[in-house]
Write a protein that binds this ligand. Structure first.
Ligand SMILES: *Cc1c(COP(=O)(O)O)cnc(C)c1O
Length: 366
């Protein structure tokens, strides 16, 4: 069986380096907000090409803290509306609700799976004050038209970059530097994954960076003095030490992912399976490789019988989730079609050539 993702094997590549760091971590005795977090924040900001990076406890907090940070600065008001794609992991939408704002779902482009300018224009109203774009599956959103739109309408542009660490546009700009602020998740399965939960915000906005530092640390900038109603959302030293080691390999790992995606694109040739659109450029880091089929249950069963693990990102469109019922989002046919037909097949830096070939053969024989 080729598992969808063997995290243990993936992380074992870093074991020796980490053991050295772990010893020094134990000797040091600082667990939160120490040198390791500061060092990782500095390295990750530089990697993304942004001025500031603030570690958080997870990706959902990173998103929520960006929104709460803007509210703290008076740039967003309670009840303001925020555009967000209708096909995303629910965290993108929850962050808006949890910050006291109102999500307005936007149908994606069915070819790219991403939000695009036509969707944004058709869902825009005067009540919209910000847009969260999601670089879904690791593919960058086409940002230039979105940026111009935000400038024209004075909207905040926030990236949910939880699936897109290292994705880069044709100007060499990376996810995390393409809007006013960006949220990352270091959930273990992500392209840059921790040994538990973790997240970060990147931004060039000094005021926002300070607001997020404050709000993520109980609203305190000085010990036991509280200037705002904050939360506790910090990155741990041990996760920062691990992420610093893993960051060095991120570009190489993303290149391995793209290489496998290129093999799938050229070698899988089955009219029953629709492959994702991919130009071959650096703007996709293939957090997951998502194909579409008519009868998903049948396809997944077939894969399993033939020794190929799979996963569904994601099975139910957020507008149909029970948790969001009270928002009365209505129907989102494009999004629902996508959620009904997508299947993610294995794609990660530790797949062997032999495994890739087996996966290609199995898909071609379906
Ligand atoms: C993983 C993910 C998140 C949330 O990250 P957590 O660290 O699990 O809180 C947010 N948005 C997207 C698109 C994600 O894939």
């Amino acid at each position: 069986m080729i598992p969808f993702l063997d995290l243990k094997k993936l992380n074992q590549r870093f074991q020796t380096e980490f053991e050295t760091q772990f010893q020094s971590f134990l000797q040091n005795g600082t667990y939160i907000k120490g040198d390791r977090v500061a060092e990782f924040e500095r390295l990750f900001a530089a990697y993304c090409g942004s001025q500031y990076c603030i570690g958080t406890a997870n990706g959902l907090d990173a998103l929520t803290l960006i929104l709460k940070g803007y509210m703290h600065l008076g740039k967003l008001q309670k009840g303001d509306q925020v555009l967000v794609p209708s096909n995303t992991f629910i965290a993108s939408i929850l962050s808006i609700i949890n910050a006291g704002l109102k999500p307005v779902l936007v149908e994606p482009n069915e070819t790219s799976f991403n939000i695009d300018i036509s969707g944004i224009e058709s869902h825009y109203s005067q009540n919209i004050k910000a847009i969260i774009v999601v670089h879904l599956y690791g593919q960058l959103v086409e940002m230039d038209p979105v940026k111009s739109f935000c400038k024209e309408h004075n909207l905040l542009l926030i990236e949910d970059a939880a699936q897109a660490h290292g994705a880069e546009n044709d100007k060499g700009e990376k996810a995390g530097s393409l809007g006013n602020a960006a949220a990352f998740s270091f959930y273990p399965a992500k392209n840059l994954g921790a040994l538990g939960d973790g997240g970060a915000v990147t931004t060039n906005d000094k005021d926002l960076a300070e607001a997020i530092q404050l709000l993520g640390n109980y609203g305190s900038s000085q010990k036991y003095k509280f200037g705002a109603i904050g939360i506790n959302s910090r990155l741990d030293e041990i996760q920062a030490a691990w992420l610093t080691i893993k960051l060095r390999r991120l570009d190489a790992d993303n290149a391995l992912r793209r290489n496998i995606a290129n093999q799938y694109a050229t070698q899988i040739n089955n009219p029953k399976i629709t492959l994702p659109n991919y130009s071959g450029s650096l703007d996709h880091v293939f957090y997951v490789y998502v194909v579409r089929v008519k009868d998903r249950d049948d396809f997944i069963k077939y894969l399993k019988i033939n020794g190929v693990g799979s996963h569904v990102h994601y099975p139910v469109s957020p507008n149909l989730q029970n948790a969001l019922k009270s928002h009365k989002f209505g129907s989102y046919p494009v999004s629902e079609r996508i959620h009904n037909s997508v299947v993610s097949i294995p794609l990660n830096p530790i797949l062997t050539d032999h495994e890739v070939k087996h996966i290609v053969d199995v898909l071609n024989a379906y």
